[in-house]
Design a protein around this ligand. Structure first.
Ligand SMILES: Cc1cc2nc3c(=O)[nH]c(=O)nc-3n(C[C@H](O)[C@H](O)[C@H](O)COP(=O)(O)OP(=O)(O)OC[C@H]3O[C@@H](n4cnc5c(N)ncnc54)[C@H](O)[C@@H]3O)c2cc1C
Length: 446
């Protein structure tokens, strides 16, 4: 049984059906629509029509290549309905959904039932292998049931995430380590003693100092930047919860200097004085290779985030592993609840797939549908699970969402989630090329 016919669900249904097993696919459209869905077809693309880069030196490009090797229906349909978009794979969204729908509807092993599914807890489904892929806008009734099923008080409802940056791309000639107050030079310390103490101190935060001119130019660009308008249904709750950085900046030139960019408790080691403002970066993964921008939840368009945040001294060459987003997003705490095959630990007949698992993005959702679909079949046939190597993006994503992490946030495909290469390569393009080569060599074809 499969709930429901979005990107992840259609991929999973196809993978199961092509292995000769019957699937019942419940999809609430066209009887009921989420606030972002409008089209009666399956696999609706709700926002941008881009499935991102096709280049192998881009993690999402590599993920698509891995999915092509696994005979992904959705990537095949995307390739067949693509529109000109340079190195990116962008699709004609209507044609894409139509083609996926045709493939699913014409498949003799798939029965589509247009109905909102609301009762996952019913005893009738205890022995039925089920994949739940109802997406970031899962209907309310089912969300309540999923919360009960997973034993959680509630699901996460909003993804208000700040950008995440690759540590190696930060200019450490400008940036400096240290926590607020303990980093500051003490009155009785010489410069030498201060610098020696800083070298020994615990390294939690990276700080980016700004002078007055740099700060003012940054604020001016920030308040004039292009933003993604939130949907009507998102506006109220997002603004109550946590305010986007650009909205804060619009409240007055000094608002950020007295808020997330306050310089109190820091001295810039280059000048031995308190900077005018400080952007803080907080460690985001165990290995210390990802850092998030503290307080930078934002609705800026991705291109604008890259342009404007790179104006912050020390971030001129920053690589963004993930851009900031603020949108309604229902997802479960997969790091606690799922294993690497997207299977629920406390109910072994249930899998989750798609954005509801905390993978972020169209292609990432398709990839989890692929893994859950293949493994649902293996469970049905009483065969061993298929775990993709963590040197592949499909495997690394599955590992990421199923590894304990108190700061769990939805994650898109990026090279930072892969294990490092045996030999360190400084040049980024060369490093990505080698990571892609390793992934394709290690890839297991099913
Ligand atoms: C507003 C918004 C904009 C986004 N923009 C982008 C973007 O530009 N680029 C990007 O890469 N990602 C984007 N995402 C993130 C994500 O990649 C997409 O949401 C993607 O479609 C997720 O795929 P999915 O299969 O998990 O869910 P979906 O594609 O949303 O499919 C879920 C399906 O479940 C159905 N459903 C829900 N509840 C029930 C129920 N109880 N019973 C039966 N059917 C049900 C829905 O009708 C829907 O068809 C966006 C997300 C949102 C919410």
């Amino acid at each position: 049984m499969l709930l429901a016919g979005g990107l992840a669900g259609c991929e999973a249904a196809y993978q199961i059906a092509k292995r000769g097993i019957k699937v019942k696919l419940y999809e609430m459209k066209p009887k009921k629509f989420s606030p972002a869905h409008q089209n009666k077809n399956l696999a609706e693309i709700v926002c941008s029509n881009s499935l991102k880069s096709n280049l192998l030196t881009n993690a999402c490009g590599l993920l698509k290549e891995e999915l092509r090797k696994l005979d992904s229906l959705l990537i095949k349909c995307a390739d067949e309905t693509k529109v000109a978009a340079g190195q990116a794979l962008a699709v004609d969204r209507e044609k894409f959904s139509e083609l996926v729908t045709k493939n699913i509807m014409n498949n003799p092993n798939i029965q589509v039932i247009n109905k909102e599914f609301t009762n996952i807890l019913s005893n009738n489904y205890n022995d039925v292998i089920t994949i739940i892929s109802t997406g970031p806008l899962t209907s309310e009734k089912l969300s309540e049931q999923i919360a009960k099923l997973t034993g959680e008080d509630k699901l996460y409802f909003y993804d208000a995430a700040a950008p995440i940056i690759e540590k190696d791309s930060i200019n450490m000639n400008i940036a400096f380590w240290g926590d607020r107050y303990s980093q500051e030079k003490k009155k009785d310390e010489t410069i030498e003693q201060w610098k020696n103490r800083l070298l020994k101190e615990e390294k939690n935060y990276i700080n980016l100092p700004m002078n007055k001119q740099e700060y003012e130019i940054f604020i001016s660009e920030l308040i004039n930047a292009d933003i993604v308008e939130p949907h009507k249904f998102e506006k109220k709750e997002i603004f109550e919860g946590c305010m986007p950085i650009e909205v804060m900046a619009k409240r007055g030139i000094d608002t950020l200097r007295f808020g997330p960019l306050k310089p109190v408790g820091f001295d810039d080691p280059r000048i031995g004085k308190r900077p005018y403002a400080v952007v803080q970066l907080r460690q985001d993964n165990k290995e210390g290779t990802f850092f998030n921008m503290v307080g930078f939840q934002t609705n800026l368009k991705f291109g604008e985030q890259k342009r404007i945040f790179r104006m912050i001294p020390g971030l001129e060459n920053a690589e963004f592993l993930k851009y900031g987003v603020m949108h309604r997003n229902t997802y479960i705490n997969s790091t606690k609840l799922l294993d690497q095959t997207y299977r629920l630990k406390i109910n072994r007949n249930i899998f989750f797939a798609g954005q509801i698992t905390g993978v972020e993005g169209y292609v990432e959702s398709i990839s989890s549908g692929m893994v859950a679909g293949i493994n649902a079949v293996n469970l049905f046939k009483k065969q061993s699970p298929v775990i993709f190597p963590n040197t592949t993006i499909i495997g690394a994503l599955a590992k990421y969402i199923s590894t304990p992490n108190e700061k769990f946030q939805p994650m898109n495909a990026n090279f930072g989630i892969l294990p490092e290469l045996d030999k360190k390569i400084k040049d980024k393009k060369e490093r990505y090329k080698k990571l892609a080569e390793r992934s394709l060599i290690n890839f297991i074809n099913i």
